[in-house]
Design a protein around this ligand. Sequence first.
Ligand code: AMP
Ligand code: GLY
Length: 424
Amino acid sequence: MNLIVIGSGGREHAVIKKLLENKDVEKIYALPGNGGIAADAECVPISATDIDGIVKFAVERKIDYAVVTPDDPLVLGCVDALNEAGIPCFGPEKKAAIIEGSKVFSKNLMKKYGIPTAKYEVFDDAGKALEYLKTAPIPTVVKADGLALGKGALVCMTREEALDAVKTIMVDRKFGASGNEIVIEEFLTGPEVSVLSFTDGKVVKPMVSSMDHKRAGDGDTGLNTGGMGTIAPNPYYTEEVAKECMEKIFLPTIDAMNKEGHTFKGCLYFGLMLTPDGAKVIEYNCRFGDPETQVVLPLLKSDLLTIMQACTNGTLSETEVEFSQGSACCVVMASKGYPVSYEKGYEITIPDDVAPNVYVAGAALKDGKLVTSGGRVLGVTATADNLAEAIEKAYGLTEKIHFDNQYMRSDIGRRALAKTPQSA
Ligand code: AMP
Ligand code: GLY
């Protein structure tokens, strides 16, 4: 089989490596991929948002199956366009991707179907939002309705910050048209858990839970980033919590999407907060998370392509989705200065024995050499019987990878370890 995978991050690299484990896969094209992905797939310089270009390429090359992973092409209708051209895909159609593409849609869906989430108000007028904030409970969270590169949620600890957030999104238009509407919601507290799940629109099969580390600095300090590392499973996500989430969140969400005529097929990501009042949805993503995928897929024992095709064909109930009992840790090696400003173009050396553990996010090939080209350069993942070992192994592997100007957090998984008595 010949496959295309749309996207260019560490997540896509993890998906590609896993798909290659299936012996029926002859070739994978990454559109556009990156310099590191080029070791595992043929990179084609077609942007992930060039839907016409993607369809044209897929038809010309007689692609058997397409995997669409990033949010933008999904929200733009990439899966619909490929399907119309007769190419089966993994990923939700545009109508279902709206669950991530519009916070107003997802919040209203949760309210209508009683799915636990933070209380909220919606505004399409800055003046009314500012008026509301004069007396609203503080802290609060102000969110742009549309996609904003994962940066559209502003947690505001003071009233002044909240007023500024409305101005940033609705007046200064920092996120463009994504800020036409905003959601102002109740500030929740508790540990966060990411649960990625496979669904064919009928059943939902959650993957192993994970924990992201979004802040740039150790001890969860500094600016928000695209994710500085992940661990799986998340020790806060006990069997009891998993049961509660299945009953109150996962199944009701699939059901609600069906009832609204937005049947979701693909990977539905539940961003959860385990509050004192139970698990609540912080966000839905219509795709695999990054860098969660870099710890979740290495623990998947079943065949990824078979599962993806079952999601497409509606046969997930009879398809095995099994994860190993072990743990995984992914440490992101970034460029110093990320997420603000950083230099690029430094040569990266990865020993051959470490390469299978590396998922490249921001690197390019220059004169045949791999050089840094992004803020997050690569993720290094190790799996082990327990979390303590996985963390130690992952950090051990980072020492074997070299590039100038590198930065990583030194405490990925530390909080999770403290919560895991048997491995602490
Ligand atoms: P989002 O883009 O909606 O996932 O939000 C990004 C981050 O902001 C989340 O991972 C949380 O850490 C934080 N956040 C979002 N919504 C809330 C909320 N209602 N209460 C507290 N923190 C939140
Ligand atoms: N790690 C969060 C996300 O992929 O949106």
